[in-house]
Design a protein around this ligand. Structure first.
Ligand SMILES: Nc1ncnc2c1ncn2[C@@H]1O[C@H](COP(=O)(O)OP(=O)(O)OP(=O)(O)O)[C@@H](O)[C@H]1O
Ligand SMILES: [Mg+2]
Length: 262
């Protein structure tokens, strides 16, 4: 196991979240290690996206700790929140909703870097003096898109191309980890596998850490080193990919495997 795995990107301890006294997350505890892909799989309504929103500090939670590096996310002031949000990348199900339809691609893509003036992603290997356009084109190249896409508007792009833009944006700030919440659910089957492969390649090349959320065990199995199974707001099972078919798996995991095997 490489050294990078020994460092922690994220720790969640005994997280509870309710909506109007209705518990949605119970006793959620896990850690994400640097360089790994941790899958969260579970049926609709099991609390996956609620967990993602808590991590992104888009939502409050009642109790429990979320820690990134040595920063505890509870009770941060607006400066602390801005810092934390720049440390977490996010890619969601609907790329069209994630891109402002009135902005050219360059402006949506560069939005996080525009807020951190003078910051050039180190993985692009550009000169410190690289301009905004040069950085944007290099980011597009990283996700397999031609540089002239910077001048296009979202409606001129396919769903897969739009998702490539949101991926490029998510990696641009070199975050501690990236939350992928059903990143391929809105795409056709062929494009789904192309985007999953792109994510896998980027992870290997750039040493990214992913929290990969999906209701699709096959996709999670393909992408992840470890898998957590959620049901009704609980983590009912947590295991290494190699142990997926172990007889010790939770009954609900076995049910998901049956569906996965068709
Ligand atoms: N803003 C909200 N207000 C009230 N209840 C909510 C809110 N957001 C989510 N919920 C409820 O929390 C539960 C978990 O929803 P969540 O969106 O986290 O599920 P999910 O696992 O992401 O599902 P899916 O696979 O369909 O995306 C559901 O019962 C949902 O109705
Ligand atoms: Mg969801």
């Amino acid at each position: 196991m490489s050294e990078i795995y020994e460092q922690e990107a994220l720790r969640v301890t005994d997280l509870h979240k309710s909506f109007a006294d209705q518990p949605v997350l119970h006793h959620i505890s896990f850690q994400l290690l640097k360089g790994e892909c941790l899958g969260i799989v579970g049926e609709s309504g099991s609390g996956k996206s609620t967990l993602a929103r808590c991590l992104l500090t888009l939502m409050n939670w009642q109790s429990g700790e979320i820690t990134i590096g040595d920063m505890n996310l509870k009770g941060l002031d607006s400066r602390g929140l801005r810092w934390v949000r720049s440390r977490i990348g996010a890619v969601f199900q609907h790329p069209a909703a994630a891109l402002n339809s009135r902005l050219r691609i360059i402006d949506s893509l560069m939005e996080p870097l525009d807020q951190r003036k003078g910051c050039t992603p180190s993985f692009l290997n550009l000169d410190d003096a690289a301009g905004r356009l040069e950085i944007a084109c290099a980011l597009l190249d990283t996700v397999g898109l031609p540089g002239d896409y910077v001048y296009k508007f979202p409606h001129e792009l396919s769903g897969g191309e739009k998702q490539r833009i949101t991926i490029a944006r998510a990696i641009s700030t070199e975050p501690d980890f990236i939350i992928l919440d059903e990143p391929t659910a809105s795409l056709d089957v062929t494009t789904q596998s192309v985007i999953l492969n792109l994510l896998k390649d980027l992870q290997a090349k750039l040493g990214l850490s992913y929290l990969f959320i999906s209701h699709d065990l096959a996709a999670v199995y393909y992408m992840c080193d470890r898998i957590m199974v959620m049901r009704g707001g609980h983590i009912v099972d947590q295991f290494k990919k190699a142990d997926t078919f172990d007889h010790k798996r939770h009954a609900y995991t076995k049910l998901l495997i049956e569906v996965f095997n068709g």
